[in-house]
Ligand binder design. Structure first.
Ligand SMILES: Cc1cc2nc3c(=O)[nH]c(=O)nc-3n(C[C@H](O)[C@H](O)[C@H](O)COP(=O)(O)OP(=O)(O)OC[C@H]3O[C@@H](n4cnc5c(N)ncnc54)[C@H](O)[C@@H]3O)c2cc1C
Length: 445
């Protein structure tokens, strides 16, 4: 029983047409919570890509397939009568916020945070500086980045950041074709990494120290198990071992991995992966193309990195900042420029509009963090929105037909999925398509 207006009404009786923009984890968890036991709540999940699942497909590393299994749960949500996926429909390009508001009772923005946060240092516009959003999208076959074509015929790479995205980027560049054979690494990335790359050194750079790093132990430990890559760390960057007994949780486990890595010695037949702490980027050198990264040594003051003024230049031809993301602004939606998210009151933007997931909270947490977020927003909407009366999907279909938009339904996405699965070889789960027109023509075949 929920209170929807003056009198309490049964959940079975709630009538609401909802458009969720973004078919990532936040969108799907919200759709699931909104529709469970509520047949009168009709949800359309719109995505600008012809493919569902957001960063599960385009962010999570191609060699971490088991994590991608969560998409089976989202597919089950899509099997519900009152949930519909409408792919290849972009808010801002194909339809406006004002139009959506005319069609649906409620609009939920679950558009994630796809834009790289800038480093804010001189030289970051040079060629060879590629934010992790774009770089990860490239090796994960995101159509927007398939043509990125990063030049890997270089000796040294700088990966900036001390979280799992930095570890992902370093690992994908370091793994061999053999180690990646049963993954869905993009074909163009496999070609560049395994055939053209001349990378010998990968530097993973953090402003703070080993105790402050945000890596999770499993991902960090993996760096010490690679076939053709040796992870290295200057032991003097580690705190005294006498303090290890007082550590707990992930930090304690990370310290075990870091001490093991610090004992490694370089094997010049392999790629060297250098973990570098207490170093902050202060400038990028180069004319047209990046050729070096100026790093300033730091010390910790009240848990924050403070520059010491002592600098060194790291020669490098590829710099991949993995320092966070921002939500893309949408016309008519208030935006918190400082945090790079929509401005909302715990997810409520206005009486008809809500946000959820990375678009609400910013880019932190795991896939699972989006579940309580989705459940919370669904409960808030059902408590706050007075009975719906807008046409919803029928009206959207009319607009789609009028504009001759080539949207992709869930059944048609399944055709794309089947084509990708059957094109896979050597134990790979799928060979991802990267061209939207190709995907649409398979969907419409
Ligand atoms: C590189 C990387 C690796 C990660 N690896 C892991 C991992 O291993 N394990 C883990 O637990 N978490 C991982 N995460 C975190 C996880 O992916 C996020 O928590 C989660 O995807 C956030 O969900 P979301 O739905 O808010 O955003 P997203 O997953 O980004 O989904 C947003 C969706 O909105 C769509 N969209 C955006 N703008 C529009 C528009 N204008 N119109 C229509 N559609 C639009 C996008 O196409 C996208 O499908 C990783 C994140 C990154 C960046």
């Amino acid at each position: 029983m929920v209170t929807n207006g003056a009198a309490p009404i049964s959940e079975d009786d709630i009538k609401l047409s909802v458009a969720i923009i973004g078919a990532g984890p936040a969108g799907y968890y919200t759709a699931e919570a909104l529709t469970t036991g509520k047949p009168g709540v009709k949800v359309d999940i719109l995505d600008k890509l012809p493919t569902p699942y957001g960063l599960i497909r385009a962010g999570v590393a191609p060699d971490h397939q088991s994590i991608k299994n969560v998409s089976k749960r989202y597919a089950a949500t899509n099997d519900r009568e009152n949930v519909r996926f409408v792919g290849n429909l972009s808010l801002g390009q194909d339809i406006t916020m004002a139009e959506l508001k005319d069609l649906y009772d409620v609009i939920i923005l679950a558009t994630g945070a796809p834009t790289d946060r800038p480093l804010g240092i001189e030289g970051e516009d040079l060629d060879g500086v590629i934010g992790s959003g774009a770089f990860v999208g490239w090796y994960n076959s995101h159509p927007d980045y398939a043509d990125l074509n990063p030049d890997l015929r270089i000796a040294s790479v700088a990966v900036i950041g001390n979280g799992n995205v930095a570890v992902d980027v370093a690992r994908i560049l370091a793994k061999t074709a053999n180690e990646m054979k049963d993954t869905d690494l993009a074909a163009h990335a496999a070609e560049a990494i395994h055939k053209s790359s001349s990378i010998k050194d990968i530097h993973v750079i953090g402003r703070r120290g080993p105790l402050e790093a945000a890596f999770t132990p499993k991902e960090l430990g993996e760096l010490n198990t690679l076939e053709n890559c040796v992870a290295l760390l200057d032991p003097s960057q580690l705190p005294p071992a006498s303090g290890d007994a007082d550590l707990s949780g992930a930090v304690k486990k990370n310290m075990v991995h870091l001490r093991a890595i610090a004992e490694n010695t370089a094997d010049d037949t392999k790629i060297r992966l250098h973990l570098m702490f207490y170093a902050q980027p202060v400038g990028i050198l180069g004319e047209g193309r990046a050729c070096g990264l100026t790093l300033e040594k730091t010390i910790l003051v009240d848990g924050k990195a403070k520059g010491t003024g002592e600098t060194e230049v790291l020669p490098t031809g590829l710099i991949v900042p993995c320092i966070g993301y921002r939500t893309s602004p949408i016309e008519g939606i208030p935006y918190n420029t400082g945090r790079g998210i929509f401005r909302s009151d715990e997810g409520r933007i206005d009486a008809q509009t809500y946000c959820v997931g990375w678009a609400r909270r910013g880019p932190s947490g795991t896939i699972g963090t989006n579940k309580p977020d989705g459940i919370g927003i669904a409960a808030k909407i059902l408590a706050e929105v007075k009975g719906g009366h807008k046409e919803g999907r029928v009206a959207l279909d009319r607009l789609i037909a009028e504009r001759n938009l080539h949207v992709v339904t869930f059944a048609n996405w399944k055709k794309i999925e089947a084509a990708e699965n059957s094109a896979a070889t050597n134990g790979a789960p799928r060979l991802k398509m990267v061209d939207v027109d190709d995907m649409v023509s398979i969907a419409e075949s």
